[in-house]
Design a binder for this molecule. Structure first.
Ligand code: HEC
Ligand code: HEC
Length: 165
């Protein structure tokens, strides 16, 4: 009987030891530069997708101050984020959902172009107006719900802000 208790004790201490080292590993990783985004994504998936999916996040394009504000209001709503994790998550959000140039078309882009892929796809692209018109035609063929009324507004917005350098 006592060997059973002993071995259970052993298992329990081993688990808590391993838990401790794992926590330490994550803490160390968060202090390094490269894996920061990875960690930010993990925090997002753990803390920000319990009440809603990623959609409300995907539709934002904010700077650091803007994301800090969102963080404060989400935490007030009940989101659980460790204090030390807040800056890591905010850095991740700024990197992936940073500000977009203002202007007509911005809201449509945030609303429509985030439905099938993230905005990084759009941000990376540099094209002439003709190039963007072609891309938008392709997106329509893919099923993008871009109305005939919104098409020229988005086209102008993209051609102005994402043209070849
Ligand atoms: C306790 C539930 C809960 C958690 C957890 C949560 N949210 Fe929310 N969030 C809400 C509610 C409720 C709304 C408002 C209704 C909606 O838009 O679905 C909202 C809306 C939002 C919006 C849109 C805000 C706006 O002004 O339109 C963003 C952005 C957002 N959440 C980001 C986050 C982020 C980032 C996290 C993780 C830190 C998070 N949320 C975690 C409940 C939550
Ligand atoms: C109905 C789904 C859908 C919507 C909505 C959508 N796209 Fe796409 N988009 C796609 C698909 C599918 C691809 C191709 C992905 C691939 O080839 O890997 C793509 C790829 C792209 C690319 C990369 C093209 C390339 O040649 O690499 C850009 C830029 C793009 N989309 C811009 C937009 C813009 C701007 C909007 C909003 C007007 C938008 N998308 C909305 C489905 C969509």
């Amino acid at each position: 009987m006592s060997w059973l208790i002993l071995s259970l004790l052993f298992v329990a201490t081993t688990i808590s030891y391993l838990d401790g080292t794992k926590g330490l590993g994550i803490a160390l990783a968060a202090g390094q530069e490269a894996p920061k985004a990875e960690r930010g994504e993990q925090i997002q998936n753990a803390s920000c997708t319990t009440c809603h999916d990623r959609r409300p996040i995907d539709r934002q394009a904010l700077d650091e101050a803007g994301w800090m504000k969102v963080m404060a209001s989400e935490i007030e709503k009940g989101a659980k984020v460790e204090k030390d994790d807040v800056p890591v998550l905010v850095a991740y959000l700024v990197k992936n959902h940073g500000p977009l140039p203002d202007g007509p078309g911005k809201e449509i882009v945030l609303n429509i172009c985030t439905r099938c892929h993230d905005l990084q796809r759009v941000r990376r692209q540099r094209s002439s107006a003709e190039g963007w018109a072609e891309i938008l035609d392709t997106m329509l063929n893919e099923g993008a719900p871009l109305s005939a009324q919104d098409f020229p507004v988005v086209l102008r917005y993209l051609a102005r802000n994402f043209r070849p350098e």
